[in-house]
Design a protein around this ligand. Structure first.
Ligand SMILES: NC(=O)C1=CN([C@@H]2O[C@H](COP(=O)(O)OP(=O)(O)OC[C@H]3O[C@@H](n4cnc5c(N)ncnc54)[C@H](O)[C@@H]3O)[C@@H](O)[C@H]2O)C=CC1
Ligand SMILES: O=C(CO)COP(=O)(O)O
Length: 333
């Protein structure tokens, strides 16, 4: 099978820009589509994405674009806009993506309302594309700088997985193939909600023991939901599940954790979100996770508590009280 030489990156936020840089580092020609015209213009003029990924000089092999037509003919695509914008963005690209072209879904979220995973959104908007999922513990700035990172690259066909890994992988950006797309998606979406919980715990100074308990019990919630959706347990225990959960729950650098941290310190969600341009995926995904869990009949008390705080149904102290009042039970349930 032919090697993938040209990559279209859809979305020029921090993560899309970092992945474009990873593709260029791997020797590919990269077309990077920006939603905001001034982002593309800044990249062309200064070789830097000053709005979303300051301080990184972008490789010359990255071409900044503003129209979906300009990405026609690429051999593979990465979808890297926030999850709640995926449907509209993919619809705009549908006519320009060739039948059979792989589309790697890199957003970590679940669509509100439809409760669709990103693979479902792709199937509904670009049914002629072949889906893949990239997810794992990887801050954009680390990848852009070439610090060592490892991620899951999930797609059904291992041969295609190997071509995609060769297209974007390098000594420092290390994808691992997995056949389980649902597991990769469930891990990435749920860890963002759990990172808000860990941030709240830290902001309330509940201690490192509570932090560890939240990660372990949060992982149990992620696993229950993932398995109910059809994921494999080993995927959830890998980079895209436990790996990303540990990173995001332990780093104030995470937008999700830092949002929780501020909530725990008493700031309002409205003020926290108003002060940032970057996306905080867990905020939009929390109600979708909770609704999806209800639909498939699994318990996710930590995600419920986060959602109650975000929606204003409970304040932080009330949510902690609800979690601590839960009856004792078996760990494996
Ligand atoms: N930043 C990171 O370290 C990582 C981010 N991700 C995921 O990548 C996805 C994108 O996040 P970031 O690149 O960090 O975003 P960002 O916070 O850096 O930038 C916001 C992005 O939203 C886009 N946007 C805003 N309104 C839009 C609209 N109406 N239609 C389409 N796009 C719109 C902007 O163009 C920009 O690309 C998220 O799902 C995130 O969870 C995954 C791994 C790492
Ligand atoms: O997904 C990420 C790291 O793997 C980035 O996390 P945040 O969106 O919380 O910053």
């Amino acid at each position: 099978m032919q090697a993938i030489q040209s990559i279209g990156v859809i979305g020029a936020g921090a993560w899309g820009t970092a992945l474009a840089q990873a593709g260029a580092r791997a020797g590919r020609d990269v077309a990077l589509w920006a939603y905001e015209r001034d982002v593309a213009e800044a990249i062309r003029a200064t070789r830097e994405n000053t709005a979303f990924l300051k301080g990184v000089r972008l490789a010359d092999a990255i071409r900044a674009e503003t129209s979906p037509e300009a990405l026609a003919g690429c051999q593979a695509y990465l979808l890297v806009c926030p999850a709640q914008h995926a449907r509209r963005t993919l619809s705009a690209f549908a006519a320009h993506i060739a039948p059979g072209a792989p589309v790697v879904l890199c957003a970590k979220g679940i669509e509100q309302g439809s409760l669709a995973l990103m693979t479902e959104v792709l199937a509904q908007t670009v049914p002629h594309a072949v889906p893949a999922v990239l997810s794992g513990p990887s801050f954009a700035i680390d990848v852009a700088k070439g610090l060592p990172t490892a991620v899951t690259l999930a797609c059904e066909d291992q041969g295609l997985g190997e071509r995609l890994m060769a297209a974007i992988g390098s000594a420092t950006f290390r994808p691992y193939w997995a056949p389980d797309l649902i597991g990769a998606e469930a891990g990435g979406a749920v860890k963002n909600v759990l990172a808000i919980a860990c941030g709240i715990s830290e902001g309330k100074e509940l201690g490192r023991s509570a932090h560890a308990a939240l990660i372990a019990r949060g992982f149990a919630e992620m696993t229950r939901l993932g398995l109910a959706l059809g994921a494999r347990r080993e995927t959830l225990a890998g980079l895209c599940g436990l790996g990303d959960l540990v990173l995001t729950c332990s780093s104030p650098q995470s937008r999700n954790m830092s949002c929780g941290l501020a909530l725990g310190r008493g700031e309002s969600l409205a003020d926290i979100l108003a002060a940032r341009t970057a996306v905080t995926e867990g905020v939009a995904t929390a109600p979708a996770v909770v609704e999806l869990a209800r639909r498939v009949g699994v318990e996710m008390p930590i995600c419920d508590a986060v959602n109650a705080v975000l929606s204003g149904a409970l304040d932080v102290d009330g949510a902690i009280e609800v979690l601590l009042a839960r009856p004792f039970g078996a760990e494996a349930d």
